[in-house]
Design a protein around this ligand. Structure first.
Ligand code: HEM
Length: 179
């Protein structure tokens, strides 16, 4: 049975801390290695995501009923989405020192997911967790605890910006303690 980490937190808008200069450098350095192998890494992240959280497949007409990871690996729709995720993260990392740009990139992506695809926002958080897990395993030599922390912060930021559109649409409620 699927276990959703942090279930119940999705209604709360969490505070995000800005990245320090040192964290930005760590992220850019590690991302340059990951981006080199973006296709393979992106696909392994999504396969793990869909195997561990099969309900997330509901949004993808072409593999909603697919269970075999090898079959998933060949799915054009899965590969396309993996590429889109890796490209979006790449744009964020490239513009990491430009908060307005980051906000506009992720705002548009968030809007598409809220309005066009109607993806339940908790899946962004789950996918972030899977991404951090896969990167930590595949790049264990450079994912030191400091790097891991910086990436966790970055993915918190991605979640925060992507869910902005959900708040505008009234999908996620802002709690009074949140910013
Ligand atoms: C960091 C997280 C994610 C990023 C950066 C991302 C990025 C993208 C981008 C750039 C697109 C194309 C947007 C457009 O049509 O304008 C897209 C499409 C899509 N995304 Fe995501 N996505 C993320 C997470 C998710 C999650 C968690 C789900 C569902 C569980 C999801 C479901 C979809 C679907 C159904 C489409 C349309 C697919 C298609 O046309 O074949 N996304 N995503």
């Amino acid at each position: 049975m699927e276990k959703f980490p942090g279930e119940g937190e999705m209604e709360r808008r969490e505070r995000v801390d800005q990245l320090t200069e040192a964290e930005r450098v760590m992220i850019q350095h590690t991302w340059s290695k990951v981006y080199h192998q973006r296709e393979d890494v992106g696909v392994s992240i999504l396969i793990r995501f869909f195997v561990n959280f099969p309900s997330a497949k509901q949004y993808f007409s072409q593999f909603v009923h697919m269970e075999d990871p090898e079959e998933m690996e060949r799915s054009a729709q899965l590969r396309k989405h993996a590429g889109r995720i890796m490209n979006a993260i790449n744009s964020v990392v490239e513009n990491i020192s430009n908060p307005d740009k980051v906000s506009s990139i992720l705002g548009l992506v968030g809007k598409a997911h809220a309005l066009k695809y109607k993806v339940e926002p908790m899946y962004f958080k789950i996918l972030s967790g899977v991404l951090l897990e896969v990167l930590g395993e595949d790049y264990s030599d450079c994912f030191t605890p400091d790097v891991q922390r910086a990436w966790t912060k970055l993915m918190g930021l991605v979640y925060w910006h992507m869910t902005a559109a959900y708040i505008e649409e009234g999908w996620v409620q802002l709690s009074s303690s949140a910013v």
